[in-house]
Design a protein around this ligand. Structure first.
Ligand code: EPU
Length: 440
């Protein structure tokens, strides 16, 4: 039976909350465990459906995965290094599973992974992954919807810049493919995201020789062998940002523990512009204590260290109730505005053209049933529900569960009224048709 969130708006969030580990660091790190035989231990892993799905994929690839024997711990024990093909049924459910391509190729000399399709964020090609793998000496062919990479990488020069900037998982794939190459690899226009720096840290702990993690140039000297490691996933900067916005939108007083303020400067800059007060209490603690309405500010999404596309819909939620109007420009996924019609259902005033929206702040929003179109859209709708008058029901929350670790528990503990409720979905048109056909 599916679930929905029932949110009653109006509560001011107050208290302390612990930020979970990063989804977008954990998923490629789980895939990278395939680079060594034996048990790799990952700590601070968030409990998400995407993490469970990645575990299933790794199991089909010869790993025994133990999920959360202790809070935050995932153990990936690679026992059989023969499988090289990831099954379509699992891979098609999550784009990040394409991250097994690089590790399989590096360690097993061959990889077959289905080519991801488009999604609600737009087309999302993988040409940069392929170009990078070819540039380090492997062959890539396409067969029945699968990408097949063959031949141990030799190393080489790779330029990963694309029309929308560097690719994050593309960088992860090419980096992992190169760590056991016979020669040296230099990747220029690599993604600088902290999640890639975390992966580099893991690879080096396994015995790889990678320099430049977190910068746009990665220099990789191939090594013959890697060993398993024990490493922690960084805090989730997107979850942290979402919780900061939750405090701002409810004019609350929330302290975030176990986060990394150093990687959140683009959001801090927006908060300054929007007159949302916050302070760093120490190296891993932030407090957002907001008593007045925020002021609007324009927003452009960019690759790290620019403003993250994954916080565009959550921040847009705050802009919907801020004073003034704002221009929101999406430069990573020009089509990532599927949430806009849902926001409007709650009374938001948003005009959209191509990759830009104009958001005019309103005094009040009113609760309504809405549906999450993707993970971050779901988070944005919950934020709007917290600010709206009356009750908001958020459907399709399986998207939210993919990327937020028990978000409703964290918000409830801060005083929000949010419940996960089972519900009977209405019959779909095709069910009705087949029922009528049977009756006839
Ligand atoms: N792109 C290409 N060619 C490629 C790859 C990407 O043109 O070969 C384009 C994409 O179409 C997009 C831009 O480059 O316009 C950036 O895409 P990128 O490859 O960096 O995205 P990704 O690696 O598939 C990761 C996160 C996303 C996050 C983006 C951007 C993971 C598992 N996913 O995706 O996270 O939005 O980087 O920062 O790391 C989310 O968490 O909600 C989410 C979607």
């Amino acid at each position: 039976m599916p679930h929905k969130f029932v949110v009653n708006g109006g509560a001011r969030l107050q208290g302390a909350v612990t930020v979970s580990g990063s989804k977008n660091a954990a998923l490629p790190m789980m895939a990278a465990a395939l680079l060594a035989k034996g048990p790799t231990v990952l700590r601070n892993v968030p409990d998400l459906t995407d993490v469970h799905l990645m575990a299933e994929i790794l199991e089909t690839l010869g790993a025994r995965v133990s999920l959360f024997p202790e809070p935050g711990v995932v153990v990936i024990d690679v026992v059989d290094e023969n499988p090289t093909a990831a099954p379509y049924e699992l891979v098609s459910e999550m784009r990040a599973s394409f991250c097994v391509l690089g590790p399989l190729l590096a360690r097993r000399g061959e990889a077959r992974v289905s080519q991801p399709g488009g999604c609600t964020l737009g087309e999302r090609p993988v040409d940069l992954h392929i170009k990078g793998i070819q540039a380090i000496g492997s062959e890539v062919i396409f067969e029945r919807g699968d990408v097949i990479a063959k031949g141990r990488p030799t190393g080489g020069r790779v330029y990963l810049g694309g029309p929308m900037g560097p690719s994050v998982t593309g960088t992860a794939n090419v980096l992992c493919a190169a760590v056991m190459a016979s020669g040296m690899t230099v990747i220029d226009q690599a993604a600088c995201e902290p999640e890639i720096a975390n992966l580099v840290e893991m690879l080096n702990a396994m015995g790889a020789r990678v320099r430049g993690g977190g910068t746009s140039r990665l220099v990789i000297q191939g090594v013959d062998e890697l060993k398993p490691c024990d490493i922690a996933v960084i805090p989730d900067r997107i979850e942290a940002g979402t919780l900061m916005i939750a405090s701002a939108i409810t004019r609350g007083d929330v302290t975030l523990e176990r986060c990394d303020p150093d990687v959140m400067l683009a959001l801090f800059d927006k908060f300054h512009e929007m007159r949302v007060p916050f302070e760093r209490l120490d190296a891993s603690t932030l407090r957002v204590n907001c008593r007045r309405r925020a002021r609007s500010a324009d927003l452009t999404t960019l690759p790290y260290p620019g403003f993250p596309t994954d916080l565009q819909s959550p921040l847009m939620a705050l802009l919907c109730v801020s004073e003034g109007y704002a221009l929101v420009e999406e430069k990573i996924y020009p089509e990532r505005f599927m949430h806009v019609p849902e926001y409007r259902r709650l009374g938001a005033e948003i005009r959209k053209q191509f990759n830009t929206c104009i958001v005019t702040g309103v005094d009040k929003l009113y609760g309504a049933p809405v549906a999450a179109t993707d993970l971050r859209a779901g988070a944005g709708l919950i934020l709007l529900g917290l600010a709206a008058e009356g009750q908001t029901e958020v459907l399709k929350i399986q998207h939210v569960d993919r990327g937020y670790d028990r978000l409703e528990h964290k918000l409830s503990a801060l005083g929000a009224s949010i419940q996960r409720v089972e519900f009977q979905p209405r019959r779909r048109a095709e069910d009705r048709r087949s029922q009528r056909a049977k009756a006839a």
